[in-house]
Design a protein around this ligand. Structure first.
Ligand code: GH3
Ligand code: MG
Ligand code: MG
Ligand code: MG
Ligand code: MG
Length: 295
């Protein structure tokens, strides 16, 4: 495990480092609570073994700061102290410590207590992994495999502010399947669903790593292309338009109409503005004959 030690006494710190390294752990030592807090921020330690009394920030203070910060990564905290009094243990637990060791720590006891830490951290890790899986599942449109609208809206704001920070453009492509109501009416809802699945598959083949594609509504899809200028996006959209048209389609050819809008890095438009603008362009594609890209 990666273990962070916070200990102001050099000899005690050295003893812990040697003992832990002999057990095969990766160890970083910091001389006080503030330094430990900084190390936790940049490092990957999952276990903190902290002294109680230290300059700048003491053990319980460090515990409280870690617990109130929360974060994705659980830090298992063992407080090391010569103080064994009941009141101290209560205070340590209230501050967020998981366990105690008395000073100087007995290596056998340290081994056993770290095994407990390992078990608890494994459970936390598994939960975090499953939560992430569930979040991804909840972000996907079940029919088409692209992202759903909720995730689209979350990602869009984030990607737009990121693009602004980097001084790069960002484009939004909206597409709407042409005459889809008639398709449903002629071939049934199941056949219509199959069209949406295939359009989704086309979109997933078409996107680059950094793009987000989503089902925006019934037969409407949206793609965010970070870094794409208006020309880039129009070219990409036209490639997608041609790919959708090419099919193969089982009942009759399917086409889609497109609208492209671009946020230039110096501008101040919002995602709502971009969607409105792409919608307007899409409407122009529809009005001028469909199976087109407008901007
Ligand atoms: P336009 O070219 O102007 O876009 O015409 P359209 O017929 O595609 O547009 P309209 O908005 O009139 O109809 C959209 C249709 O999409 C109506 C609705 O029943 C269908 N639809 C929406 N969601 C689904 C879905 O999940 N599955 C299927 N099969 N059809 C859907
Ligand atoms: Mg101390
Ligand atoms: Mg529509
Ligand atoms: Mg339509
Ligand atoms: Mg329509």
């Amino acid at each position: 495990m990666k273990i962070l030690v916070a200990e102001d006494q050099a000899t005690a710190a050295l003893f812990l480092r040697r003992t832990l390294e002999r057990m095969g752990h990766e160890v970083e030592v910091t001389p006080d609570g503030e330094a430990a807090w900084e190390a936790l921020g940049r490092g990957e330690a999952s276990v903190l073994i902290s002294d109680w009394m230290m300059p700048r920030l003491d053990g319980p203070g460090l515990c409280r700061r870690i617990r109130s910060a929360g974060g994705d990564r659980y830090i298992y905290i063992i407080l090391v102290t010569a103080r064994g009094a009941r009141e101290d243990r209560l205070l340590g637990l209230q501050a967020g410590a998981d366990d105690f060791l008395t000073k100087p720590p007995d290596p056998d006891e340290l081994t056993v207590r770290l095994q407990i830490a390992e078990r608890i951290l494994a459970v936390h890790g598994e939960l975090a992994r499953r939560n992430a899986q569930l979040a991804e599942l909840a972000a996907v449109d079940a029919l088409t495999g692209v992202k759903n609208r909720r995730r689209f809206e979350q990602d869009a704001e984030l990607l737009l502010s990121q693009a602004r920070r980097l001084g790069r453009p960002l484009s939004l492509v909206m597409l709407d399947v042409d005459h889809f109501k008639a398709y449903n009416d002629a071939f049934g809802h199941q056949a219509g669903d199959e069209v949406l699945r295939r359009v989704g598959a086309c979109l997933l083949r078409w996107v680059r790593e950094q793009d987000v594609v989503a089902r925006y509504g019934g037969e409407e899809f949206a793609a965010i292309l970070p870094g794409a200028s208006s020309d880039d996006a129009a070219t990409a959209a036209d490639r997608l338009r041609a790919a959708i048209k090419a099919g193969p389609w089982s009942h009759r050819p399917v086409t889609a109409s497109f609208g492209v809008a671009t946020a230039d890095p110096a501008g101040s438009c919002t995602i709502v503005d971009l969607v409105r603008e792409a919608d307007r362009a899409l409407y122009n594609s529809k009005r001028s004959g469909r199976d087109k890209v407008s901007r």
